[in-house]
Every structure is written in structure tokens, then in C-alpha cells.
Design a protein around this ligand. Structure first.
Ligand code: UD1
Length: 415
């Protein structure tokens, strides 16, 4: 595993251009078996994207990449996603819906992904059954079969992003109407629905808790862009806030950033919004947040919990943070404590953070993608040198982090 070496203490300033969203591109790529050809632009270069392209090629979708553009062309599909590929990322489970829809069957080895505690796939399987699939589980793989999927009313017991997307992918060519109740409302789901609608699908209600999918006979070729990555944007905003800096964050959808901007304003940051740009200026005095809890969109995203924790560990006063989505998203807290933070981990999901005057550079480890981003933020503020092990986790979801951070004055190198 590779490392990042960071020399802390520089104030970040300048501008960062935000890439296409990781959580936007992965479902769109999973949808590619459904249409003969497609053209996707604003694709971020990430290891998760490279891995998804390997899955696509292994199942018979030819992919050409040119800069940030992907062109796809479907050949004869083989509906089996092998373990060596699916175990690398959680979103491989989305091929269940798309392959079932495109071929009437799908076999997927259990998906991997960041270790954030228990991440079951029970609801994905349940949803496929609701649409009429026969599901068996054997040898660490999920096998689904359906001559013809049939639309159904599906009320989700939890607002799951992946399950909402999987149902959409499966229902788009099903017979009849599917209604998802208590659907997740993340903007990346809207990106997927817009793409499918441009290909001739009939989906409405995305962005609300009720999504309606009228099955169509087939989808046609089209082109679609990936929305801006709100989690990457939030990470750079927090980097500016933590280092006493100021940044212009370009290519963002300011609507998607509302909760992040509101929280950072509470910390004392000055935030101005322009068309597709956010300007952030760090405060002289960084205030703590008395209480913050993560939740499904439009609430505070779990994918920004670690970065905000790094910020709060240097704020003035005490913050109470509650992680409501994942049971094991806390290991970054231990690493931040190794750097001198004062975080009391109450039950792996509740954290009492007492702001300290300074963090100190040391050797730490990224245990997952966003936890790794939190350590970069901490390292940029810490006294001395911070070495972050397992940088591959961070590269799963951040495009060109080294050059983007160096361009705004951060001292970071890869080793
Ligand atoms: C997606 C995002 C991830 C983000 C998460 C929550 C992608 C590629 N990943 O992950 O970055 O952190 O949403 O915003 O978009 N659950 C079950 N059974 C299931 C499926 C989910 O119990 O079969 C639970 C999960 O354990 C979790 C909750 O549902 O507690 C929400 O998770 P979910 O929205 O499904 O996360 P992902 O789609 O995996």
C-alpha cells in the first residue's frame, strides 16, 4: 500500500475544480448493459471507475475512454460478475438489477467496498424478489433469474441509495409500473434517472420519497454528463476552513451543498455562492457544533462525517456527533486521536469531540475512503509531518488529490 506524506501548517488558497461525482458515475456505468450504446462525459478518473470498467468489459460491454468521456457499446452479454472484480467495491451489487433487466439473469459474487461496519445486501435481494426474480445464494454469490420482471409497489424499510438504484435499474424494462416508497433522495439517483429517461425510460418522482417507473420495451443510445461531486466539494471546503484559508470551489451545484454550507457557516466560515462556484473563507475563530447527526439526503451526509470530525477536533469547544447510517464508521477517530485530537468514541456511532489547540504530525492509517480524507485535512493543519498509509483507499474516490491540493498550497506528496 502507498502513502501520502504531508507537511502541515500551510494556509490553503486559490481555486479547486470539482470532478464528476463518484457516486454518480458508478450507477450510470452499471446501467450501460441496458442500452446498445452510450456516451458519458465529466467522468472522474478514480480507481473505482477503472474497476467498474473491468466489470463491464468482463460481462461484454466494450468501453472506450477519451479524456473524461466514456463510450460504451454492448456486445453479447455474459451475466456473471466474478469475485475478483465484485469484491473490490460495494457498487458492483448494482449489476444485479441491470443484468437481470438486460439478460433475465445475474450472478454476482458478494460485493466488497469500504469497511464501515455491517453492510448487508439483504434489501437488494428482497427488492429483486419483489420484482419477480428467483434468488438463490451459493458459494459466496447471489444468483437471480427472471423470465420477465414485473412492476411492483416496494416500500423500503430504510432509505437506501443502492437499493433505490438497483430497483430503478431492474424496473426500467420490467412489465408494468413499479413504485418505490421511502426512496432515497440523493442527487446521484436523479442523475441516474435523468440518464435513463434520456434513453427513453419513463421514470418520475426522483428527488422525492416516491419514485414511479413505468417499464418500457427497450432503451436507445444517448449521452449524459455526471453531476459534480458534492462530497469532494465538501472535503475541499473543510480543508479551507481547517487551514485558515480561502478557496473558490468551482463546478459545484450549490443546491446540493446547502447542508454543508449551513454547517460550515455555524463554524464561523464566510461562504458566498455564485453560479456553479462557492467561495469559502475560514474564520479567525473556529466554533464547535454542539450537535450534528448524519442522515440520508438532504440531511448531513455520512460521507462527510469523518472530514467534519477532523475539523471539529480543532474547533473551540465541544461537539457531539452521531453517525446514523453506518455502524462502524469510526476508525478515523482513533487515528485523529493518535495525532493529538481529543475524541471520546462512546459507542462506535457517538463521538464527543473536545477541540484541541493543535494536532501533531505522526504516522496514521486510512481505513476507508472518507476517513482517509479526514486524515489529509488533519495532516494539512498538524505541526510537523504526517504520513498516511493506505492511500489507495483515498484514490478510490478523489480524482488527482495530490495536484489539486498542491495547486492550492498544500504540501503533500505520494510515496
Ligand atoms: C451509498 C454511497 C455511499 C454512502 C451511502 C450512504 C454509492 C456508490 N455509495 O452507499 O458513499 O455512504 O450511500 O449515503 O453511492 N442497508 C441494509 N441492507 C441493504 C442495503 C443497505 O440494511 O441491503 C443499510 C446500510 O447498512 C445502511 C443503510 O441501509 O445502514 C444505507 O446504506 P445505503 O444507502 O444502501 O448505502 P450504499 O448504497 O451502499
Amino acid at each position: 500500500m502507498g502513502k501520502y506524506v504531508i507537511t502541515g501548517g500551510n494556509r490553503l488558497s486559490g481555486e479547486v475544480v470539482i470532478s464528476g461525482a463518484k457516486n454518480g458515475v458508478l450507477p450510470l456505468l452499471a446501467a450501460l448493459p441496458l442500452m446498445k450504446e452510450a456516451y458519458i462525459y465529466n467522468v472522474p478518473f478514480l480507481s473505482d471507475v477503472a474497476n467498474t470498467i473491468k466489470i463491464l468489459e468482463s460481462i461484454g460491454v466494450k468501453i472506450k475512454t477519451e479524456g473524461n468521456i466514456i463510450k460504451s457499446c454492448v456486445g453479447e452479454l455474459n451475466p456473471v460478475v466474478e469475485c475478483g472484480l465484485s469484491c473490490k467495491m460495494r457498487s458492483s451489487v448494482l449489476f444485479l438489477g441491470s443484468l437481470l433487466s438486460a439478460c433475465g439473469q445475474a450472478e454476482i459474487a458478494y460485493p466488497g467496498g469500504c469497511a464501515l461496519g455491517e453492510r448487508p445486501v439483504d434489501l437488494h435481494i428482497w427488492a429483486m424478489k419483489m420484482l419477480g426474480a428467483e434468488v438463490t445464494e451459493r458459494d459466496n454469490a447471489i444468483l437471480c433469474r427472471a423470465k420477465k420482471l414485473k412492476g411492483a409497489d416496494i416500500c423500503l424499510p430504510v432509505q437506501s441509495v443502492g437499493v433505490t438504484e438497483n430497483i430503478i435499474l431492474a424496473a426500467v424494462l420490467a412489465e408494468g409500473i413499479t413504485v418505490i416508497k421511502n426512496a432515497a433522495r440523493e442527487p446521484e439517483i436523479g442523475n441516474l434517472c435523468d440518464f435513463l429517461n434520456m434513453c427513453g425510460a419513463d421514470i418520475s418522482g426522483q428527488g422525492t420519497k416516491t419514485i414511479k417507473i413505468k417499464g418500457v420495451k427497450s432503451l436507445c443510445p444517448c449521452s449524459c454528463g455526471i453531476i459534480s461531486d458534492r462530497i469532494e466539494a465538501a472535503t475541499y471546503m473543510i480543508m479551507a476552513a481547517a487551514t485558515g484559508g480561502e478557496l473558490f470551489i468551482r463546478n459545484v451545484n450549490t443546491d446540493h451543498m446547502r447542508v454543508i454550507s449551513a454547517v460550515l457557516r455555524k463554524c464561523g466560515c464566510i461562504i458566498k455562492e455564485y453560479d456553479k462556484t462557492i467561495y469559502i473563507e475560514a474564520p479567525h475563530r473556529l466554533y464547535s457544533i454542539p450537535y450534528i447527526a448524519t442522515g440520508p439526503y438532504p440531511y448531513f451526509p455520512t460521507d462527510v462525517q469523518p472530514q467534519l470530525m477532523a475539523l471539529m477536533s480543532m474547533a473551540d469547544g465541544q461537539s457531539l456527533m452521531r453517525e446514523n447510517i453506518f455502524s462502524g464508521r469510526y476508525r478515523h477517530a482513533c487515528e485523529l486521536n493518535n495525532m493529538g485530537a481529543d475524541i471520546d468514541i462512546r459507542d462506535k456511532q457517538t463521538f464527543v469531540i473536545n477541540g484541541v489547540k493543535k494536532l501533531e504530525g505522526t504516522e496514521v492509517k486510512a481505513w476507508d475512503l472518507r476517513g482517509g480524507a479526514a486524515l489529509i485535512i488533519a495532516g494539512l493543519c498538524a505541526e510537523g509531518i504526517t504520513t498516511i498509509d493506505n492511500r489507495e483507499f483515498i484514490e478510490r474516490g478523489y480524482e488527482s488529490p495530490i495536484s489539486k491540493i498542491q495547486n492550492i498550497g498544500g504540501k503533500i506528496i505520494a510515496r
